[in-house]
Design a protein around this ligand. Sequence first.
Ligand code: SF4
Length: 220
Amino acid sequence: MIEAHASVLAGWWFCGYRCIKQLKGIYPTEVSLAIKRGLRLHETLSRRTRSPEAQRLADTLDKYKVASETRPNDGTFFTRPFKDFQVLGDVDGFNLRADGFQIVEYKTISNPEWLRRAWYLSPQIFQEQLYAWLLEPTLHDLDMPLTRDHVIIHYDGKGVEQGRTRVTYDPSQVYANLFTIHGAYEDPARIIYSTIPWKCDHCDPVYKSTCSHPVKLKHV
Ligand code: SF4
């Protein structure tokens, strides 16, 4: 089985070539500032206390998680197979609502304007939909309904909330995306490359050096 982390699969919406390379085990040469900011935020948020009921559920859910071979130091993950992908992922948090389990993701954002940009939101929305898909069978076992809508909360670097994105989970949409990505994994001719110049301009050399489709920024 090929380990396919939800965060990597979500990157399909940023650039398909980079996503497929990561699925094949080629990772960036350096940790980006955005990832460092995100790690600090998660550290702060993970210290928050939960209600006794939510803590009991979190402890039960922990028993369903597995270690990752490719990320042995990153804790444990929920997992679900798709073809020869072993999809892995873990949620940042959850709300227990009257209608069930709502997934909550925390993201850092440098510019609140991006909350209106598809290039910024698409990977995050797909990542949260993947988490819902990963958790669905486990929550079903526990007789806990999954709510239809989930939420991404965006914070600035100081931990001040900048906005929220509502995410609807539709399993057929998740399957359609997984089929597309798996198809590109098997047949590079199906890879969809970034067409946005600034992405290519800031692309990690480990991808850009082998990519045949970099889009050049037009400097005027
Ligand atoms: S150079 Fe552009 S198309 Fe190529 S991997 Fe990087 S972001 Fe994707």
